[in-house]
Structure formats: C-alpha cells, structure tokens
Design a protein around this ligand. Structure first.
Ligand code: NAG
Ligand code: CA
Ligand code: CA
Length: 372
C-alpha cells in the first residue's frame, strides 16, 4: 500500500517548523485531567464482536485496493469524473518535506503513548484540505457500487445523544466502558443516526461510519492513500513547533472557536457554543498554517498506522508505524471531545479502533505524492 513514488516537486526543502509563533513560548496553563479523572470517551472500545483477524483484514484490504485501483485505471481511460483534476489543487495542499517534532513530552493522556517527543523526517506530500465529505463518498459509491463494512455487518456505533427515542428503545447492548455508545442496526454513512436518519442537507459534512478498510478503499480509488500517523501529525501542526493545537496553545484565541468540539457537560449537555452539536460542514472553522480544515475536532480521522504506545526516540525517516497490530491509529478527536472525557483534540493526541470499526464521529482524509 505504501508506494512512495519519489517525486521531487520541491527542490528547496522547507522545514515543517518554519513558521514560529513569536510570543507563545509559554505552554498553555490549562488544567490537564489526571488519568483517574479521564476515563476516556470510550471511543477506543468500539469493536465488533469476536475481535478482528488482522490477517484476514490485510487480505481484504489488498483485494479492495486492487479492485479499486483497477476501477481507477478504467475510469482514467473513460475520463471518469474524479479524473477531472482541475478542481484538485484547491482540494489538496502540499505539505513540504522536512523534520518536525512528533508527540509530546507533556502528554495530556500519557497512557495513549503521546510521548516521548521525537524528531521525525518526512518527504513532502499532498493532503486533502477537507475531511472526505458525504458528497465525495457518494460519488465513490455511485461509481463503484462499494458497500461499506457497517452496511455489511448491518450496524454501527452511534452516540446515544444523537438517537431518536424510537431507535434507542430497540437497543439493549451497550459498550461497558462507555454506555453512551450504542450499536445501532441500520446505522451507516447514509444513516448516521440510525435508520430513521439521512444525510440530506449534510452532503458537505464528513462521511461517518466508515471503517479503516472503507477509508483505504476510497483513498485507493482516488489514487491516494491514508496518511501515516507522522504525516497526519506534521500536517496537523501546520508548521508550528511544539504547540498543542493546529493554531497554537490557546484553545479559544480571542474567544473564538477554532474547532468543532463539545461545550457543556459530557455526555448529557452539549451547548453547541461553537455552532454545532454534531458534525459540521468540512469547510467550517479557520484553516491551519497549511490551509487544512478541521484537523482536530469534527470527525476523528483514520491513519495508515497500526497502534502501539511505545515509540523509539531514534530519529526516523518516513515512519510507517508498527508492522502489525490489532488496532489502527486515529487522530484529531471529534465533535464529541470534551476536556473532561476526551482531551484528544490535540495534534499529539491519538486513539485507536479495529480496522472494521465504524462510528458516528469517525471519518478520514487522504494524501498522495502527486496530484494525478
Ligand atoms: C449518486 O446517485 C444518487 C442516486 O442516483 C443521486 O441522487 C446522487 O446525486 C448521486 N451523487 C453523486 C455525487 O453523483
Ligand atoms: Ca460542537
Ligand atoms: Ca477532523
């Protein structure tokens, strides 16, 4: 999957940390909840019954990749819609090659393996400016007939607060560690809050209820791939060095909201002070230094890497994470994240799910070495 075509598009090397904030040297003095206070959002406990056979997953993923690569090639010959790359430049931005500091020595959630901070070198790459939207995913499904894993399994995890009483009444099983997550029959990307919901009026919102395998199939079809965790985090930092958020160290500079998060008391009260109590259009909120939207908040984003909490401090070049594992790394947090429960809307923060998992706050975006 990780074909790294060496494309020397950028002769001058621009370092990831080239942009420095002048006067934000002091780390933000915010209350960081102790581990005991921070049971987590439970969004890492969402896994399908019977766990995951990673070997099987690999085969599935390779097949999917082959299938959609083929579709892409055929489409190129036919001059298919997604090959109209005239609108691609504004959909992707170039993240320049360079080095950056990955992770943090001041972890918000140490047990997630946010530290230690380590120097990582990356080749340049293009990244989708937006989370993949329902509209983009609909184009993919319309063209290929792709069926997501949530549709195959017949269910997906939905945050209880989003469900109608009718749907809630039919569900008995919940996630032990996080009772606000309910497995909902008929929940999928077209029905984000279960069978009585739809995406009408939300085509510009991030596609949700997509598994890691689904995300890989989509990116492959687009001639792209999922970002490695290192690429995602470098992009999240937007050229800033050693900052908490994509825009700096203050959560709400000048009282403004920079991301779609949770305000109020989780999980019972969401005031929607930032304008949204669930997902927001992928075009919402200010961009970071690289011109990327919603790197933290809105939808969690899958990365290519397997999950592990132990990291070497050796300087690495284009790290791709562990060679195997049970869970894939997701980054950025979501509209459900609140400091009291899920202080994961930080570039160094991370969480994990099995590659077949899907939920009402998990999406993705793709990267590529070149634009075509
Ligand atoms: C996908 O197909 C449906 C049903 O034909 C149609 O309503 C929708 O507009 C199509 N979406 C895209 C993005 O082409
Ligand atoms: Ca919100
Ligand atoms: Ca996001």
């Amino acid at each position: 999957m990780f074909i790294r075509a060496v494309v020397i598009l950028c002769v001058v090397t621009v370092w990831c940390d080239i942009i420095e904030e002048d006067n934000v040297a002091v780390q933000e003095k915010e209350h960081v909840p102790a581990d005991s206070e921070n049971p987590g959002c439970g969004c890492n406990s969402l896994r399908r019954d019977g766990g995951t056979n990673t070997v099987k997953t690999h085969i599935w993923h390779d097949q999917a990749a082959a299938k959609y690569s083929k579709a892409l090639k055929e489409d190129q010959i036919d001059g298919g819609e997604h090959q109209q790359i005239s609108d691609v430049p504004k959909q992707m931005v170039w993240i320049p090659a360079g080095e950056f500091l990955m992770g943090t020595d001041n972890p918000g959630i140490p047990q997630d393996g946010e530290g230690p901070q380590r120097k990582v070198h990356l080749d340049g790459f293009y990244m989708d400016v937006f989370e993949v939207s329902n509209l983009e995913f609909q184009k993919f499904v319309n063209t290929t007939g792709y069926v997501t894993e949530a549709e195959k399994f017949g269910d997906s995890f939905v945050f209880e607060g989003l469900l109608s009483e009718a749907v809630k009444g039919q569900i008995s099983q919940a996630v032990a560690a996080a009772p606000w997550w309910l497995p909902v029959r008929g929940a999928d990307w077209r029905h984000p809050e279960g069978p009585d919901s739809d995406i009408v009026g939300r085509l510009d919102h991030p596609v949700l209820h997509v598994s890691w395998n689904d995300a890989v199939a989509y990116c492959t079809w687009k001639g792209k791939r999922l970002p490695t965790e290192a690429e995602w985090e470098c992009a999240c930092r937007g050229g800033l060095k050693d900052r908490i958020f994509p825009w700096g160290n203050k959560l709400n500079p000048k009282g403004q909201h920079y991301a779609n998060l949770w305000q109020g008391e989780f999980p019972n009260q969401n005031t929607g002070e930032d304008g949204y109590t669930k997902s927001a259009p992928v075009t919402s909120f200010p961009v970071n230094g690289y011109g990327l939207y919603n790197m933290v908040g809105n939808a969690w984003e899958w990365t290519a890497d397997w999950w592990d909490i132990h990291h070497t401090t050796d300087e690495l070049h284009n790290p791709t994470g562990p060679t195997m594992g049970n869970d894939k790394v997701k980054k950025g947090g979501s509209y459900m994240c609140h400091k009291s429960y899920c202080y994961r809307y930080r570039c160094a923060a991370r969480s994990q799910n099995t590659p077949d998992s899907s939920s009402s706050n998990l999406g993705f975006r793709c990267v590529s070495q070149k634009l075509s």
